[in-house]
Design a protein around this ligand. Structure first.
Ligand code: BG6
Length: 499
């Protein structure tokens, strides 16, 4: 990895994300020997830590949030990498400590820097502009615009956490600020779903096998469902959540990204731009509905007790559940509905993509009166029981006549890769950003197009005349209205991995 010093600078280092995800992920990468030689990690925040007290807090964080990885020796080594530069990135002079520490680390050499913005999203523009004015942003090898490669020694990269904007306009504004100070290939917009092994496996499943690809189109696929169900409520996140709601929190990013991976064409190479070019083609082929059309394709829900959560505004109409129908107007997908649903406070935590194939054109076997056949289904289970289920009809043995019964062919990570623990998405994403691989990060055009697609649904659910979200029981599977919504089309929600 060369001798150039590499520093990871985490803005917002006293926050939850740093303790729960970032430091434990970096620690695990260090244990696997995957961090660049001599990498340093500098936390930046207003809280009054010094190196020692910040390390102590991070030690506790790893013990709490990643106890199975705890190893005193490994920690002692890793802790040497960590430092703290107290500062307020929103104040003039607030980053002096950071600049001084970077100077000490890099000496008169040109260092690599990975900046991680893990602060309140409303601070992104201000902090990025300040980084620009202090000369922290462009590569040390020259001005950002003069740089041919964001990977040359002395690189600068910026990771941006979600939410990326609140709507299309604010996302566009943020992109403009970012690109004033960084080149597009220096900007790493995170969607942690893309860091999940099973999400990446969707690409491998589709494009490293030939089996399903000939069937992967409207001739053979009747519809697609994508479900991300969570058991958690909004907890103590009302401040953010009540303004965001499920459509911004889960659909604009995670669910649309999953849809892109299911629907895209095969890129020629596994590299950032070929991959993202194919995803944006999917988003471009999706019609942007009018708010009236969107209101016909959307059901929102709110778990019982939401209005009583601490911090939720009086009269809030924020949905904690949504189900919606989208389409893709291209040759492969025209006429195939994509049903997306996600909610908090549901029965089980699970995420899954279900491909419902069409039925055979003619069935030679007599079915018992009143019964119907279950046509082939394929479920890709993202979490928690990572795997793939293929459902097909089989003959029940030793019966009088031919009795058909659905059976499952199952692949489970826990069996196939029994000795390998599935890593946290952040681990993969941090490693990729250190390696300069932006394949699993979102480009500005993807973000903006996703907002454009989701905005009519936001308008439909937030307009003053919009219906209140349907209440649903905590621990249920969402409002009955969502079952009726999909039922009106003669379909029903499928949960294949939930067995
Ligand atoms: C985050 C959302 O992006 O994803 C949270 O802000 C949500 O509200 C979380 O709980 C779900 O992620 P995961 O990895 O637990 O499915």
């Amino acid at each position: 990895m060369g001798s150039t010093a590499t520093t990871i600078v985490i803005f917002g280092a006293s926050g939850d994300l740093t303790a729960r995800k970032l430091i434990p992920s970096l620690y695990r990468l260090d244990r696997k020997g995957r961090l660049p030689d001599g990498v340093r990690i500098l936390g930046v925040a207003r809280s009054p830590f010094n190196d020692d007290s910040f390390r102590a807090k991070m030690e506790e964080a790893i013990q709490n949030f990643s106890p199975e990885d705890w190893n005193q020796e490994a920690w002692n080594r890793f802790a040497q990498r960590i430092g703290y530069a107290r500062g307020d990135a929103t104040q003039d002079g607030g980053l002096e400590n950071l600049i001084q520490r970077l100077g000490e680390i890099e000496g008169n050499q040109v260092g690599n820097r990975l900046y991680y913005l893990s602060v309140a999203p409303q601070l992104y523009p201000e902090i990025v502009a300040r980084m620009g004015s202090l000369g922290l942003a462009p590569s040390a090898q020259g001005s950002a615009s003069a740089q041919g490669s964001a990977s040359a020694p002395g690189w600068r990269r910026l990771i941006i956490e979600k939410p990326f904007g609140h709507n299309l306009e604010s996302a566009r504004e943020l992109n403009i600020v970012l690109r004033t100070h960084f080149q597009e290939d220096q900007i790493y917009r995170i969607d942690h779903y893309l860091g999940k092994e099973t999400v990446q496996n969707l690409l491998v499943f589709r494009f490293a096998n030939i089996l399903f690809e000939p069937l992967w189109n409207s001739n053979y696929i009747e519809h697609v469902q994508i479900t991300v169900a969570e058991t958690v409520t909004i907890g103590n996140r009302a401040d953010y959540y009540d303004r965001a709601g499920i459509l911004r929190d889960m659909f604009q990013n995670h669910l649309l990204q999953l849809l892109c991976l299911v629907a895209m064409e095969a890129p020629a190479r596994y590299a950032a731009d070929p991959l993202r070019n194919e995803k944006i083609k999917v988003l471009d082929a999706m019609p942007v509905y009018s708010p009236e059309e969107a209101s016909q394709k959307l059901i929102t829900g709110r778990y019982q007790g939401y209005l009583g959560e601490r911090g939720v505004g009086p009269g809030s109409r924020t949905p904690t559940y949504a189900a919606l129908e989208l389409g893709i107007d291209n040759w492969r997908w025209r006429g195939v509905p994509f049903f997306l649903r996600s909610g908090k406070a549901m029965t089980r935590r699970y995420s899954e993509v279900v491909i419902q194939f069409r039925c055979p054109p003619h069935l030679m076997f007599p079915l018992p009166p009143g019964s119907s056949m279950q046509c082939n289904r394929l479920a890709i289970c993202i979490q928690p029981d990572e795997g793939i289920h293929l459902n097909f009809m089989s003959k029940e043995p030793d019966r009088d006549g031919t009795i058909l019964r659905p059976s499952d062919m199952e692949f489970h990570y826990r069996n196939a890769f029994a000795n390998i623990r599935i890593p946290e998405g952040y681990e993969r994403l941090l490693q990729d950003s250190l390696n300069g691989d932006a394949s699993l990060f979102m480009r500005s055009d993807e973000i903006e197009r996703s907002w454009e697609l989701i905005e009519p649904f936001l308008i439909a659910s937030e307009a003053s005349h919009a219906p209140q979200p349907h209440e649903y029981e905590k621990g249920g599977m969402g409002p009955a209205a969502a079952d009726q919504f999909i039922g009106r089309q003669g379909r029903s929600w499928i949960s294949m991995g939930l067995k």
